[in-house]
Design a protein around this ligand. Structure first.
Ligand SMILES: CC(C)(COP(=O)(O)OP(=O)(O)OC[C@H]1O[C@@H](n2cnc3c(N)ncnc32)[C@H](O)[C@@H]1OP(=O)(O)O)[C@@H](O)C(=O)NCCC(=O)NCCS
Length: 144
């Protein structure tokens, strides 16, 4: 059964397996992964997961330059199939990138997973009080 779950260190090995499938240099939309994130070691992965969880927790202070964002992984039978991010607020970046970004690993595409995850994230958006959600299709880099 597929689930939408918060990022977790429990799935380090499974996440790395999905990451390898995307291949080097590919931007994995929806995961909040930066080129500088070191995710191979348990400590590096734990630091990255902690950043993602902290970014979504209104009780935690935000790092400079970061906006609030809810990250979820699409998981089935302990396999990581994709990621989806719900950016909160309406900063210039959100208005450029949209509230929602998602990515499905290549072998799991065209099964309706992105459509399903989008529906679930819209429920989360309603809970946050968002009555309109912007989705954007962009082929350019964000404004600096
Ligand atoms: C875009 C992406 C998220 C779609 O994920 P997915 O789980 O395959 O999407 P779904 O199965 O829910 O497809 C929904 C519909 O989108 C359209 N679609 C999806 N992939 C498509 C493709 N490669 N070409 C044309 N239409 C496509 C189709 O209409 C599809 O419905 P259909 O399969 O009944 O024809 C996935 O291809 C991906 O991760 N791409 C790379 C990252 C990206 O572009 N993210 C979006 C920007 S943030």
């Amino acid at each position: 059964m597929k689930e939408l779950i918060a990022p977790t260190t429990r799935l380090h090995t499974a996440w790395l397996e999905a990451h390898a499938e995307w291949g080097p240099g590919q931007h994995e939309d929806g995961f909040g992964l930066h080129p500088s994130d070191e995710v191979n070691s348990p400590a590096g992965f734990a630091a990255w997961v902690a950043r993602l969880l902290g970014q979504s927790d209104p009780a935690k202070p935000l790092d400079a330059g970061k906006g609030r964002c809810t990250y979820r992984w699409i998981v089935e039978s302990n396999r990581v199939l994709g990621g989806i991010a719900l950016r909160h607020g309406s900063s210039d970046y959100v208005l450029w990138a949209g509230h929602i970004g998602y990515g499905i690993r290549p072998s799991a595409r065209r099964r309706g997973l992105a459509t399903w995850a989008l529906g679930r994230m819209l429920d989360e958006a309603r809970t946050l009080g968002l009555d309109r959600v912007l989705a954007a299709a962009r082929s350019t880099m964000p404004p600096r």
